[in-house]
Structures are given as C-alpha cells and as structure tokens.
Ligand binder design. Structure first.
Ligand SMILES: C[S@@+](CC[C@H](N)C(=O)[O-])C[C@H]1O[C@@H](n2cnc3c(N)ncnc32)[C@H](O)[C@@H]1O
Ligand code: SF4
Length: 458
C-alpha cells in the first residue's frame, strides 16, 4: 500500500506511544511510597543488574509552545538551590538501598533544560553521585541541552565532569518557525558547537528535530534536514510533533497559527527519511537515524536495541532506571514509580520524608511478559515468540493466549506490506516501522481505547 491519504486514514489512529508498558496513563495513586521502597530493594535482584540514573532538571528560561515535557519557566536562584538540595537528599536515600556491588553504566540528565542552570549545580550533583555510587569506566554520561543557552566554556566544564554524550534540541533551523513556537535560536552556529563537542571527546552526538510544527513546509524542512546532514552528527532524531492540547495548554496557540495536516506532516517525515538515507544515515527503530559506525546502529543490527523513557540505548548501557527530580519516573523490573510533577510538592515531600512518589504501577508477571513483547516490536521490529516463551519459562500456547495472538489479526498489515508473519515470528518492514505502535496495539491485551487519551500513532 502506498503511503498516501488513504494509508493515513487507515493507520493514523489514537494510540499509546509505548515509551513504557503499560503506558503512563495506567499509573495510579494506589502505588504508595512503601511499594516504591520495597520495589527499590527488590530491584537489587533484577536483571540487568546495571544502574541507570536519570536526573530531571525542570527549569527552562522560556516555554516553547509545542513542548510536551515537564517544565517550570524562569525560576529564581533560591528555588533552584532548594531543588538541587532536594535532588541530593533523594539520591542519598536511594543509594543506601542499592547493593554496593552494582555499578552505574548510564547517567542521563534531562528536562526541562539542564544546561540552563549554573554548571556549579551540575558539578555539585555529579560529585554527589560519584560519592554515593560506583561509576563504570565505560559509563555513558549524557545531557539534553538547548543550544540557545550553551556556551563553549559550558562544554569544557561538562567534559571535565565526565560527560561524554550530548543531545542538542534543534527542532528546526528556520528562524521563522522557531519564532512562532516561541523558541530561542541557537546561541552559536550548531556546526561549530558539534565540532567542538567532538574535539572534547563527546560521542553519540545527537540533534533533535520535530516535524509537524506551524510554518514547516516540504521546502523549509528539506533545508533544515540538509543543514543537519551537513553538520554530520552521529544521531538525528525527527520526532513527530505530539499534539496533546488537553494536557499542554500552550499547544493551543499553535492551532491558532495553523498546523500541517496529517498528510503534509507524513510527507515531511518521508522526505526527511529519504534525505537522511541518501546521506548515509541508517534508520533505526522509530524516528531515529544514526551513522553506520554509531553504537546504536550496531545494536539495532544485532537486534540488541533497548529503550527507556530517556530514549534508545544499548544492552550494554541499559539498566534498572532510578530517577530523581520532579515528575521523573523510575523504571524497575517490577514497577514504575513517578515523582510529583509540581516542584514545590516534590521539594516539600523530599525535605520531610526523603521520597516524593505521586503514582506508579506494579507490573504483574504477565505484564512483564507483554512489556518484553512490545519492546521487541518498538525497538527492533522483530518478535520471536519462541524466544520470549523461553526467556520467561512459558509454553508457546500460554504466551499466545496471553497476547490473544491470532494470525488473522495481522492479515491486513501483512497485505499492506507492513510486516511479515512467519509462524511465531513477526518482522516489520521499513514501512511497517511507521505503524509500529499500531502493531504493538494488536499485542496489547490491556489496550485502553479512545480519542483524547493518546496522540496519533503515525
Ligand atoms: C527535554 S527536551 C530537550 C532539551 C531542551 N529542553 C531543548 O528543548 O532543547 C526533549 C525533546 O523532546 C522533544 N519534544 C518536546 N515536545 C515535543 C512534542 N510535543 N512532540 C514531539 N517532541 C517533542 C524535542 O525534540 C526536545 O528536543
Ligand atoms: S522544548 Fe525544551 S526548552 Fe522548550 S520548553 Fe520544552 S523542555 Fe523547555
């Protein structure tokens, strides 16, 4: 089937993004702090034993109107100081509950804009982490940065602190697009920033873009992607703009300016995909393009790509994720636990009890199996039911029953050239990756349906 208006009409439905399974709208307040503490202790026995740390810095100098992240705009120094102190308290408590023998293989700083706070705070927290955990030699230490607030001395300081990965949020190179979405342009030419990062030893350098924003046209987005290719970062992500104005009020302002329709939006993505492929980038998982020699490309080729809320990662660096800061989500073998989103509530709770859990979800054994199934589809586009059955010690009949796996459900997807079904094996085609969420939905026994609950799948 051609990718055209008919294709979109058929496959562009509301559905979970599956950044977690079950999706975050299943998290609830029946999951308490005592559940969290016992899950933390239980996680010492779970695999992989590696530790991933996530540090959430919610602050941004100004709000981009498309933003779907958890942010707080323009905070006073006193509040930032109090927040940093709360992070340290939270880190200390978790560290006391984890086995000393486990080492940290990934530290990810996200937000918000972590590079918008003083580097002194970042250093203070990194020193604190080092004094409470053992960091593996090959650990990946990454930060999501906005280039509007990134100066060369910041890069020097991050390198000194041990950071070795950076993701720069570009979104679009066109100033008119940035202006209508209320976003500051990069402070320095991005090519020079990327070259400088390389000279300082950073690897896996990533640029983020969003397609589907106001004023983006085929011509303007072609230029933006061409500019990205000329910079030659290791990774390029083209996120589909997730429009959820019922959760993010500021996004309504983009409706007033006018958003590209589904067909135009898909064409932006398809055009970007062919530009990036022609330039030698490999398409891996969903929305991600990587140079052939990048770690993520190799992991994808070996079907070893993994993913957490922080994005794609490799088997080597992934681990149980312990998250710190407002709104952050710990992702453990048996549960998800999310902190309060509101920073004042987060700080007050940490100051009084050391934890700030708002909600969470404890996974049953069956849900852990479904999570493994859905991750295989979303990361590697490949599912061998026999492998999953073996990994969890299940019979194939039981697994098929759990997933309501019925070959007839996949017939249309196969006919439309989106996947191949061979006995107990599903393999997505290149085109099928566009509909990975739709295929995952067929394997999700607890799917909640409804407009207004999720963004569009394509
Ligand atoms: C926390 S932000 C990155 C760091 C920094 N705050 C910045 O904007 O450069 C993470 C990424 O999420 C993506 N993003 C934010 N809102 C989005 C939305 N509504 N739909 C799709 N992607 C979005 C952007 O590409 C952004 O770079
Ligand atoms: S996109 Fe980045 S800089 Fe803009 S408001 Fe969201 S988190 Fe802040």
């Amino acid at each position: 089937m051609e990718i055209n208006a008919e294709f979109l009409h058929k496959y562009n439905v509301s559905g979970p993004r599956y950044t977690s399974y079950p999706p975050a709208n299943f998290f609830n307040q029946g999951f308490t702090t005592s559940d969290y503490l016992s899950e933390l202790k239980a996680s010492n026995q779970q695999q992989p034993a590696n530790i991933s740390l996530y540090i959430h810095i919610p602050f941004c100098p100004q709000r981009c109107h498309f933003c779907g992240c958890s942010t707080v705009i323009a905070q006073r120094k006193k509040v930032v100081e109090r927040y940093v102190a709360a992070l340290k308290t939270e880190i200390e408590l978790v560290a006391t509950l984890l086995d000393d023998s486990r080492s940290v293989t990934q530290i990810h700083w996200g937000g918000g804009t972590p590079n918008s706070i003083s580097m002194n705070y970042i250093r203070e927290i990194m020193d604190w982490i080092r004094s409470h955990f053992t960091i593996a030699d090959h650990a990946e230490i990454a930060m999501e940065c906005s280039p509007a607030y990134l100066d060369y001395p910041h890069i020097d300081q991050l390198a000194e602190m041990g950071f070795n990965r950076i993701s720069l949020g570009i979104q679009d190179f066109r100033e008119d697009v940035l202006k209508v979405v209320n976003r500051e342009a990069p402070r320095h030419p991005v090519k020079e920033v990327v070259d400088y990062l390389r000279s300082k030893g950073f690897r896996g350098i990533n640029l983020d873009f969003i397609y589907g924003l106001p004023l983006q046209t085929a011509e303007s987005f072609r230029e933006t992607i061409q500019q990205a290719i000329a910079i030659r970062p290791d990774r390029i992500v083209t996120f589909s703009y997730a429009h959820v104005p019922w959760v993010k009020e500021a996004q309504k302002q983009l409706e007033v300016i006018g958003l590209p329709d589904a067909n135009e939006k898909m064409n932006l993505f398809l055009q970007a995909t062919s530009q990036l492929r022609e330039a030698g980038y490999c398409s891996i998982g969903i929305d991600h393009f990587t140079l052939p020699e990048d770690d993520l490309t190799k992991a994808y080729q070996n079907k070893q790509l993994h993913r957490n809320f922080q994005g794609y990662c490799t088997l080597e660096t992934t681990g149980q994720v312990y998250a710190f800061g407002s709104s952050s989500i710990s992702q453990l073998g048996g549960a998800y636990a999310q902190n309060h989103k509101e920073i004042l509530k987060y700080m007050e709770d940490i100051e009084t009890t050391g934890t700030a859990i708002d909600r969470g979800y404890k996974l049953s054994k069956e849900e852990q199996v479904v999570r493994a199934v859905i991750n295989r589809i979303m990361c590697n586009g490949l599912l061998h039911l026999d492998e999953v059955a073996e990994e969890f010690g299940l019979t194939i009949a039981y697994l098929k029953d759990l997933l309501s796996f019925d070959a007839s459900k996949f017939e249309e997807f196969t006919r439309d050239g989106l996947m191949h079904l061979d006995g107990h094996q599903i393999r997505l085609t290149e085109k099928g990756f566009l509909c990975a969420r739709n295929i995952a939905m067929l394997l999700d026994p607890a799917l909640k349906s409804g407009e207004g609950l999720y963004s569009k799948t394509v």
